[in-house]
Design a protein around this ligand. Structure first.
Ligand SMILES: [Zn+2]
Length: 659
């Protein structure tokens, strides 16, 4: 008496992607409930089972659904927003500011549903995600019927869903507790990356992942820049550093690992970590070439991911698998590298293992969940078919198939697509909603791009409006008399500093935008060595606020921010019309004169050579206070013997521009 099952697939070329890469032609697969109960040759399976629904696969390839090992699915709504930029400008200049403004549970839900539609269409049955409001990703994925590992992001910055890392960690804990036994969703915690987290955050997320035995999903060693910074700041590369913070004790899923050495690959393998290789993203962002062949030879579980749709820009795993194979060949200068069966294995069983869900999915084997796809290999771009060797079928899938060749998709025994019709999602409605969101984001960016100040504010971080200053500047011929005078007035000195200042001014077409100054202060010690470097960004307005007798000026308000990015970053982000660089050597004293604090700057402008200047400055809060301080400034000028100096009312940059 044959056993009754739910669905019997027959007349297929079954690529099981099991340990022996077994194929069956004509093959059949029996599905009962959410699981595969049998796989084998058609005549044998048909004898053993009677099915409620029989599917004639018409010679198509029946294989495990593809595993997208690393992505950020809600970013479908940011696809094509900003491209051809460096990673930091793209991320900190565009993605994060837009995300701060727009990302909400509704945004995440819509973005995820769009991504699910796209992924189901391209034969993906499982994706590994990392984003904000990850519970809404989980809800939408479950609604669409997809399997997903959903990692709640934790990082040191305020995020769209959390004011602090403690908040996001609490969200992650709560999310994991409530979703831990879901049939489709594996909840996870996602510290974004070592450079966006502190050591404390990394340790806390590792503890959380271990406590609930869930995956920890993060970005590691994506760029050479990241590795250089890690070496400079912590004296070691990325993998040993995260090992120190306990990440390798968790079920680690490490996205990228582009810049890792053999020792690091070994320690990842030893820890049973999974790696997600992202060919398109690495190519598009010019991150480098991950040593995929070394990883596979070491026995690491390496999956393939699309990364977020804003850095790819699609969620097409057929494209990724092909690229993975091509890149491996080009980089090793060896066409036998990463052959088609191996590449497809990365997108299926190895990918599932990398996500620590290899027991559930990734291959067509008895006992695994029924995550299956049918691929039509008869279209013109994939004809004819050769049956001579086992590898012919893999070559067809990897080198010639397109995502549009996927006709049917099943996840957990449930149909999500039949005959290219999506069964769980309404594509038309999703597309209309997506275009409405795009219009709003466009309007936001158009407005932001109109002003240097709003672009500066969009970068986030602390930003202050400086108070007014009373100041005088005189040109002097020699520095030494001032230095001697300051020695005489030693009792007034609170603090003395020596800097070398490198200023770069950005100028814009619209003069009313003001100018932006990037300043690097090198702190110089007694021996002339640089002991510390500090960078600041200042937006300087055009307007003078007022003047006093003796060319004492009231200076303009200034917007000041710590420059946490490189000069190159700001150049690419603000795209100034022109720039001018100035260098000077500055001795700076903070003194107290008649109960008032003043800064005295003795500058030698060395690039271009403008000679020596003396500046005296004091912060001020009211007009009355300013009058009083202006008087004291004049007195100080005499005290230092500099009243005969030629008064200068312009900034150095104006002198340079005028000259
Ligand atoms: Zn990513």
């Amino acid at each position: 008496m044959p056993e009754t099952i739910d669905i019997l697939f027959s007349n297929a070329l079954v690529l099981t992607m099991d340990r022996d890469l077994t194929q069956y032609l004509p093959g059949a697969v029996a599905v009962k409930g959410d699981s595969i109960v049998a796989v084998g040759y058609e005549d044998e399976i048909k004898k053993e089972y009677s099915a409620r629904e029989s599917i004639d696969c018409d010679g198509k390839v029946l294989m495990p659904g593809l595993i997208n090992a690393h992505t950020h699915v809600p970013m479908t709504l940011l696809r094509g927003l900003a491209d051809d930029l460096r990673l930091d400008v793209w991320l900190m200049g565009y993605m994060m500011p837009v995300e701060r403004e727009f990302v909400s549970p509704e945004f995440v839900r819509l973005g995820t549903l769009l991504a699910c539609a796209e992924q189901i269409r391209s034969g993906i049955t499982t994706f590994n995600d990392m984003y904000y409001f990850e519970e809404d990703v989980a809800k939408a994925a479950a609604e669409a019927g997809m399997r997903a590992v959903c990692g709640q992001t934790v990082m040191k910055f305020a995020a769209p869903d959390a004011a602090s890392y403690e908040d996001s960690l609490a969200m992650a804990r709560d999310f994991i507790q409530r979703w831990k036994d879901h049939p489709l969703i594996v909840p996870a915690v996602s510290p974004h990356a070592p450079y966006t987290c502190t050591a404390e955050i990394l340790r806390a997320t590792a503890e959380l992942a271990k406590e609930f035995d869930v995956p920890l999903h993060t970005h590691l060693a994506e760029t050479a820049f990241e590795v250089d910074n890690m070496r400079n700041e912590n004296g070691m590369p990325v993998i040993p550093y995260v090992k120190k913070q306990g990440l390798l004790d968790a079920k680690l899923i490490a996205a990228h690992c582009v810049h890792v050495d053999v020792g690091e690959i070994r320690s990842l393998q030893h820890a049973g970590a999974g790696v997600a290789h992202n060919p398109s993203s690495n190519l598009k962002l010019a991150s480098g070439f991950a040593p995929v062949m070394k990883m596979l030879e070491t026995g690491l579980n390496v999956g393939i991911g699309t990364d977020g749709p804003a850095s790819n820009n699609d969620l097409d795993m057929f494209e990724e698998v092909r690229l993975a194979a091509f890149i491996a060949k080009a980089v090793t200068n060896d066409p036998t590298s990463l052959p088609a069966p191996r590449a497809l294995l990365m997108a299926t069983r190895l990918g599932a293992q990398a996500l620590h869900i290899g027991h559930l999915t990734g291959s067509v084997e008895t006992g695994k969940r029924a995550d299956l796809i049918l691929v039509d290999v008869s279209p013109i771009h994939n004809s004819p078919s050769f049956k001579r060797g086992a590898d012919n079928a893999y070559a067809q899938i990897v080198y010639a198939s397109k995502s549009t060749d996927v006709s049917d998709v099943m996840v957990n025994g449930r149909w999500l697509m039949r005959d290219r019709q999506l069964l769980t999602l309404k594509e038309d409605e999703l597309l209309i909603q997506a275009s409405e969101v795009a219009k709003k984001i466009d309007a936001f960016l158009i407005e932001r791009e109109q002003s240097v100040l709003s672009k500066l504010i969009a970068l986030g971080g602390s930003l202050e409006q400086e108070s007014f200053e009373v100041q005088v500047k005189v040109k002097i011929t020699e520095a030494d008399p001032i230095v001697q005078a300051m020695k005489r007035e030693k009792s007034k000195v609170i603090r003395e500093r020596h800097y070398r200042e490198h200023d770069v001014y950005f100028f814009f077409d619209d003069l009313s935008q003001g100018r932006l100054r990037f300043r690097e202060d090198d702190f110089i010690d007694d021996k002339g060595n640089v002991t510390n470097v500090r960078s600041r960004l200042t937006l300087i307005g055009q307007k003078r606020e007022g003047a006093f007798e003796n060319e004492v000026l009231l200076s303009r308000s200034r917007y000041l921010a710590p420059a946490s990015h490189s000069l190159r970053f700001y150049r690419e982000y603000f795209m100034p019309k022109s720039e001018i660089a100035i260098e000077k050597d500055r001795l700076r004293w903070l003194i107290k004169y008649k109960d008032t604090e003043f800064f005295i700057n003795l500058d030698e402008v060395t690039e271009p050579q403008l000679g020596y200047f003396l500046e005296i400055k004091s912060r001020t809060w009211s007009r009355r206070d300013a009058d009083h301080k202006a008087q004291l400034v004049s007195e100080l000028l005499s005290l230092l013997g500099a009243s005969s100096g030629e008064p200068v009312t312009e900034d150095y940059i104006d002198i340079v521009r005028a000259g």
